[in-house]
Design a protein around this ligand. Structure first.
Ligand SMILES: Cc1ncc(COP(=O)(O)O)c(C=O)c1O
Length: 561
């Protein structure tokens, strides 16, 4: 028996045979609904031939997520069982051709990632875009009711619901957000004193202790961005007249200086070149000259330059001279090693939108016992009510929880999920991932003739500052990347404006597909602008770097076995 004229995959043809069509001289698979196909032009007379009519256009369409679920689990009833749902719900998914976005996280979990949450969300938003009509279609502006006095304040433009485009975020933050985090964020609201929320907060604090590698009791997320974390440290720790050594080697050291001044402190600035790390010797010299200095403040990873300073060495020097440290770990936490207890860091803050890959607006902070005692002993009132450690402690402490401010509950759900993802991946694996993709990105950028601002040993893998090629309109390059490829990379700040690009590999954005897309798009844009860049060289170099890393990994595994 032969199977002829088939344009289907062989498995489909085989299944037809096993389905009882054996013994025939030939099976004609036809996508003509008239069934008039001949088997490859062979004469049919005198032979038993089954003509199987197929509408092949149906088979050429990719399956939607609902259909894939049914294929994966067997029947709609099996899908319903796997999701603990009524069959009618699954039937409706299949009938409408999509799985509603609210099920995205669950689909990814139940299918162990074979269908990603993002696929579900994208398909659902394409099939059923959210449309909120603020007013009837035929009325162009507001209620158009002259008797309604409030209409005069209505916007003059017709406003629709906001739907941001899908971007590849490879700048200095914010980063892309894992679908699990987005799904968690859209869970129903609950009160901030609800026992369920209180329990979640305790878990959140323990997850933060894990990423900070600390046992500090006072470790919690402040409601506000990284700048709030910075201000919280200064406002609690610096009393008017206190001498503060502030290290400045980029934008954020400058912001620390501003904070020290605004708290009434007397700052002593230790300056280093933008792109260099903080020089421990200069800090030691400053402490020797200013024996009454109580605090040394520095940025662990300068986002404006991509330089990493030695937080452990700087802390040791400060302690040797009796000072405490305030450390900015906004860009480093979750991307490179931050070991609060081992390095004996006194006060540290970070932000949710960098390597933690959560939505912006939360700032995890941690104070050691020494700092807590220092703040409690202050005779003057802390100059900020909102950031007063003593008041916040009563809110974040499970035993004494009382109202302080309305916590951003859904953002906190999201941070809980983002930290859980890091816990599941393993902190060291997250650091290794940043390094791995940095090495591939570096190989690609160098293949296009670009060089790094920071010396290799001080480079942050998650924040790559590269010099823009001579003669290129750097703003035009970033604009084209965004408009044509949907990729965002960062511009240079301050003295580096127009001179560098800052390419981030933070959190969920730190992935091989992003590295390859970024290199490919950059190569294409630069060569289009007439630069001597050979399209494809960067990708080849990055693939080469990945291959070398695979070989090394395999060798390491073999040695360990
Ligand atoms: C090192 C550093 N510190 C502080 C901040 C301020 O954080 P935010 O913008 O969340 O207020 C940033 C922001 O990029 C940063 O990179």
């Amino acid at each position: 028996m032969g199977i002829v004229g088939s344009t289907l995959a062989s498995t489909s043809a085989e299944s037809l045979v096993t389905a009882g069509l054996s013994g025939l001289s030939g099976i004609v698979l036809s996508n003509s609904m008239k069934g008039d196909a001949t088997p490859g032009g062979l004469p049919l007379q005198g032979r038993r031939v089954a003509v199987v009519k197929l509408n092949l256009t149906r088979y050429s369409l990719p399956m939607n997520c609902a259909e894939r679920l049914v294929e994966m689990f067997g029947t709609q009833a099996d899908v319903a069982r796997a999701f603990h749902l009524d069959r009618a719900v699954v039937h409706n998914w299949v009938k409408t051709g999509y799985v509603p976005a609210r099920w995205a996280g669950e689909v990814e979990r139940v299918t162990t990632g074979r269908i990603s949450a993002l696929e579900v969300i994208n398909e659902a938003s394409a099939k059923n875009p959210v449309r909120v009509k603020s007013r009837p279609e035929h009325v162009p502006f507001g209620l158009n009711d002259e008797s309604d006095p409030m209409s005069q304040y209505a916007p003059s433009k017709r406003i629709q619901s906001f739907h941001p485009p899908q971007r590849t975020l490879m700048g200095p933050g914010p980063t892309e957000i894992h679908p699990r985090v987005l799904t968690t964020m859209s869970q129903p609201a609950i009160g901030y004193l609800d026992p369920v929320f209180v329990e979640m907060m305790e878990e959140l604090k323990s997850l933060l202790r894990y990423v900070y590698q600390t046992k500090n009791a006072l470790t919690f997320p402040l409601s506000g961005p990284g700048s709030v974390g910075m201000e919280y440290c200064f406002v609690n720790m610096v009393a008017p007249g206190d001498k503060v050594i502030v290290c400045q080697n980029g934008v954020f050291g400058g912001r620390m200086l501003e904070n020290a001044i605004r708290c009434g402190g007397t700052p002593v600035v230790v300056e280093d070149k933008w792109g260099d790390p903080v020089d421990p010797q200069k800090v030691e010299d400053a402490l020797k000259k200013n024996k009454e200095a109580k605090i040394v403040a520095f940025v662990h990873g300068e986002t404006s330059t991509g330089a990493q300073s030695d937080a452990k060495a700087l802390t040791q020097i400060a302690h040797k001279h009796g000072a405490m440290v305030i450390v900015d770990a906004v860009t480093t936490l979750g991307g490179t090693a931050v070991k609060v207890d081992e390095w004996e860091i006194d006060a540290i803050y970070s932000a949710s939108q960098k390597c933690l890959s959560c939505t912006p607006g939360l700032s995890p902070v941690s104070f050691s016992e020494r700092v807590v005692e220092h703040v409690k002993k202050r005779k003057d009132k802390i100059h900020s009510w909102f950031m007063d450690m003593n008041l916040l402690f009563n809110y974040w402490n499970a035993g004494t929880r009382t109202y302080h401010h309305t916590a951003p509950t859904n953002s906190l759900f999201a941070l809980h999920e983002a930290l859980l993802l890091i816990r599941e991946e393993g902190l060291e694996n997250a650091w290794a991932r940043a390094m791995r993709h940095h090495l591939a990105l570096k190989a690609g950028l160098e293949a296009m003739g670009m060089s790094f601002l920071v010396k290799e040993q001080y480079r942050l893998p998650q924040m790559n500052a590269v010099r823009c090629p001579e003669g290129v309109n750097e703003a035009e390059v970033r604009k084209t990347l965004l408009n044509e490829f949907g990729i965002e990379i960062g511009a240079g700040l301050g003295p580096l404006a127009g001179k560098v690009w800052r390419i981030g590999l933070m959190g969920y954005s730190c992935r091989p597909d992003n590295v390859m897309l970024c290199l490919s798009a950059l190569g294409s844009v630069l060569s289009d602008m007439g630069l001597p860049v050979h399209v494809g060289d960067a990708e080849a170099a990055a693939h080469g770097a990945y291959a070398q890393m695979h070989v090394k990994d395999a060798q390491r595994k073999k040695r360990a076995a």
